[in-house]
Design a protein around this ligand. Structure first.
Ligand code: NAP
Ligand code: MG
Length: 500
């Protein structure tokens, strides 16, 4: 461990604040400039930790470490060894489930039961890619008899990975696991709001056999740490999850070096209810689709499309059930919704609530709960009679705000569902298998659920159509993003070529 002798310009404001260090080249280190930033508990608004605030020089140190680790051995490690490393890491996550889940809830605000699910999914992701590492095969190609040709798969090299704050450790796993399975080394920048869980897990990296420099975690904000990662010479590929705005910036900034880019950018996903759907289940599914994780979900079913003959009954039932959702500290198991991640995100959602009150009718919520003196809470909110062209139907809010939109028939539902720039996810609820499958085929979205919304499995591809980005995570698709394909041709004919 290195110790910075320089003072922290923004010292911890709470006696309970832990000074974290970031992880570069197998060591926990401070930023070269000695700066640090505060990390909060969104339920108490207290500073619970400080983290090094990286600048370009720190990102450079991490990228160099990843470069050395790639050429110094990781590239040529056996697939079996890489797989075992990931399997051992999964075991650590399972062993530390309670501790990591509690930290995740303290730092992100989400209900503890959801953090526990996230830890299980994180472990499963490491396991899946631990197994997949030994199944990355090339292909032998049917060229004429006097030659042999094949396609080999090789790691891209150093991968720069930039993730958001909504599923902190899980997003880190979705990025790190396939990269390591492919043989890449990594520089990962967590969101400035939620760097703690991955830094905690990094304590186990050496023990599970991750060599120094193979995974580096740099903490800091987007402009200070994310931007220099995107343009660093040693970084061959950028994998990003976050807002469309930053996604565009990353694509532009990566263009000069023709860097490979994959983008997962969220959406405005439709959750479509036909009148023949199981009513009780449908109401639950509508709420779960957009209120899980306080609505801070890229695939949130934020547009709820309801067929006209059940529309009124549906809005009433959804509002009645939403009123029963207990909002409060994620550490209290009776709460089903925690605070939003930051004051800025709370303000952003409160602003959209204002916009919504102008654009549509309020069925429930529309403000901040009165009973909390501290914490960045907002009320679960349902707007109805929303026009699909309204801002609350077109713009990603990333909070617990549902926009209910009526539709007449199947064609009307499909037209409205596809009428946004996004195309990440969608769900359709109906007992009519003919109709459900017709709608599935007509939806322009990378993920479509039938009679549910949000179940996510590491085996299945995750990513969007249209402005929701490109590239796919999870499943065998996930590892493709970290592989190059090399064509090899071997001439077996010893005759002179004889062309000149
Ligand atoms: P964001 O700005 O897109 O941030 C995502 C990640 O990109 C963070 O690690 C961020 O760093 C980093 N970043 C920001 N500017 C960058 C730059 N110039 N170069 C490289 N990296 C950069 O998202 P946010 O600020 O957390 O949230 C803003 C809105 O984005 C949300 O309200 C929501 O609508 C949307 N969002 C969507 C998703 C999704 O999964 N689709 C996830 C999160 C947010 P810092 O944040 O540390 O500065
Ligand atoms: Mg940000």
């Amino acid at each position: 461990m290195t110790t910075s002798t320089k003072p922290r310009p923004r010292a911890a404001k709470s006696a309970k604040a832990t000074a974290y260090r970031m992880y570069i080249g197998g060591k926990f280190v401070d930023a070269k400039g000695g700066r640090a930033f505060d990390v909060y508990d969104p339920a108490t608004e207290e500073v619970i930790a400080t983290c090094p605030e990286s600048a370009a020089e720190d990102v450079d140190r991490a990228a160099q470490a990843a470069h050395r680790a790639f050429y110094g051995g990781w590239k040529t490690t056996t697939a079996q060894e890489r797989g075992r490393v990931l399997l051992r890491l999964a075991e650590r996550v399972r062993a530390r489930r309670a501790e990591l889940a509690e930290l995740e809830t303290r730092n992100s605000g989400k209900p503890i039961a959801e953090s526990e699910f996230d830890m299980d999914d994180t472990a499963t992701c490491f396991e899946y890619y631990g197994g997949l590492a030994t199944k990355i095969n090339g292909e032998v190609l049917p060229v004429p008899a006097d030659a042999v040709a094949f396609a080999m798969r090789e790691p891209v090299g150093v991968a720069g990975q930039i993730i958001p704050w909504n599923y902190p450790l899980m997003m880190a796993a979705w990025k790190i696991a396939p990269a390591l399975a492919a043989g890449c080394t990594v520089v990962l920048k967590p969101a400035e709001q939620t760097p703690l869980s991955i830094l905690e897990l990094a304590r186990d990296f050496e023990d599970v056999g991750i060599p120094p420099g193979v995974v580096n975690i740099v903490t800091g904000d987007g402009p200070g740490a994310g931007a220099p990662l995107v343009t660093h010479d040693a970084v061959r590929k950028i994998a990003f999850t976050g807002s469309a705005e930053v996604g565009k910036l990353i694509m532009r900034n990566a263009a000069d070096q023709l860097k490979r880019v994959s983008l997962e950018l969220g959406g405005k996903s439709p959750n479509i209810f036909f009148s023949d759907a199981d009513f009780e289940n449908a109401v639950d599914g509508a709420l779960f689709g957009v209120f899980v994780n306080q609505g801070e979900v890229c695939s949130a079913g934020s547009r709820v499309l309801v067929q006209k003959d059940i529309y009124k009954k549906f809005v009433d039932a959804a509002a009645a059930k939403a009123r029963t959702i207990k909002v409060g500290s994620g550490l209290d198991r009776s709460n089903k919704m925690g605070p939003l991640v930051s004051a800025a995100q709370r303000d952003r959602v409160v602003n959209y609530q204002k916009v919504g009150r102008r654009e549509a009718k309020v069925a429930v919520g529309g403000g901040v709960p009165k009973e909390h003196e501290r914490g960045w809470y907002v009320e679960p909110t349902i707007f109805y009679d929303v026009d699909n062209s309204a801002r609350i139907a077109q713009e990603e809010i990333f909070g617990p705000v549902m926009s209910v939109i009526p539709f007449k028939d199947e064609a009307d539902a499909i037209r409205i569902a596809n009428a946004t720039p996004y195309g990440l996810a969608a769900a359709v609820w109906s007992r009519d298998i003919f109709r459900a499958f017709r709608v599935v085929k007509a939806l322009e979205a990378g993920i479509v659920w039938v009679n549910h919304m949000q179940p996510t499995f590491v085996e299945a591809p995750w990513g969007g159509y249209k402005a929701s980005g490109f590239g796919r995570e999870l499943g065998h698709w996930g590892v493709e993003e970290y592989l190059e394909t090399k064509q090899v041709y071997i001439n077996l004919d010893e005759k002179p070529i004889g062309w000149y």
